[in-house]
Design a binder for this molecule. Structure first.
Ligand SMILES: Nc1ncnc2c1ncn2[C@@H]1O[C@H](COP(=O)(O)OP(=O)(O)O)[C@@H](O)[C@H]1O
Ligand SMILES: [Mg+2]
Length: 280
């Protein structure tokens, strides 16, 4: 990571309420450009709410979010996408009957210069643009994510792990500055998890995309992240380097309270063993 990194996303004092329940309570944190930053926390901590607020699906009761030093207040989700924010969802949001390629193509629509009117007349310029777009997508993203063999397959016919990879491909097709990944390895087996971890690292390295992810898998978070933010009951309880966060007593307590710290630890250990084996 660059030593002179600057902040690309600033969440400042965001509070979000559903009825009487405060899903987020004065949440503040920054994401450094070029970093892999993770938001973790027990179930119901407010992780998805943070994402939905950043991408503009939820409107905070107070606070502000800055993207590249610009306030996002009043800016609708499609415009945020065009500004360079792409996301994947906790539950896959693809068009299941459509092919992999068509799903990926949808990702670039926010950047097409030809407006709806000229697209209607389908000018030569529009056709050229579409052709260039198609090639870029095919050559770069499909190649990169190793999904060449399934480009014509309907999404519904794919394994869960591959569907998640297609969702990542579609997000990449938006040419984002920042990629928001909501639980990218939830429900994946170990092999799928390790593939996804590798792709996330490569997206950052090869495409220079900043990554902000919400993830439940502690092992994955500690392995990949430069920076970790811990939420509990809608509040930031820790914010720092993975090792510091992992050793933080309040974080351990939060996970113990949720009852899943042992499972997370076991998984972390298993993954470390598997990596050691494959390296041997
Ligand atoms: N659309 C919603 N309507 C009402 N309550 C919600 C909604 N979304 C989230 N919440 C509540 O906000 C809190 C945080 O939820 P969420 O952000 O989904 O947590 P996480 O992703 O960390 O599991 C929970 O108490 C949840 O019940
Ligand atoms: Mg969630």
């Amino acid at each position: 990571m660059a030593a002179m990194a600057r902040s690309i996303l600033d969440v400042r004092g965001v509070t979000l309420a559903f009825g009487g329940v405060k899903a987020l309570n004065d949440v503040s944190f920054s994401v450094q450009e070029g970093s892999i930053t993770s938001v973790i926390g027990p179930n119901g901590a407010g992780k998805t709410s943070v994402f939905n607020t950043i991408s503009g699906f939820y409107k905070p009761a107070s606070g502000d979010i800055l993207f590249c030093d610009q306030s996002l207040a009043g800016i609708k989700p499609p415009r945020r996408a065009a500004l360079g924010m792409a996301r994947s969802f906790q539950n896959i949001a693809l068009f299941r009957g459509m092919s992999v390629l068509d799903n990926i193509k949808l990702g670039r629509h926010c950047h097409l210069k030809t407006g709806p009117l000229s697209a209607l007349f389908y000018t030569r310029a529009a056709r050229r643009e579409e052709e260039a777009l198609r090639q870029e997508i095919e050559e770069r993203i499909i190649d990169f994510l190793e999904i060449d063999h399934i480009r014509k397959a309907p999404v519904a016919s794919l394994s869960y792990g591959l569907q998640k990879r297609v969702e990542l491909a579609r997000a990449l097709a938006m040419k984002p500055k920042i990629l928001l990944l909501d639980e990218p390895v939830a429900g994946m087996n170990r092999e799928e998890t390790e593939d996804m971890a590798r792709f996330i690292l490569e997206v950052r390295r090869e495409w220079g995309v900043t990554i902000l992810m919400v993830e439940h898998d502690m092992g994955m978070v500690m392995d990949l992240s430069d920076h970790v933010i811990v939420l509990n009951f809608g509040q930031v309880i820790a914010d720092g380097k993975p090792a510091d966060v992992q050793a933080n007593p309040e974080v351990i307590k939060a996970y113990l309270g949720s009852g899943d710290v042992m499972a997370l630890r076991a998984r972390y250990k298993d993954a470390a063993i598997a990596r050691a084996r494959s390296a041997a």
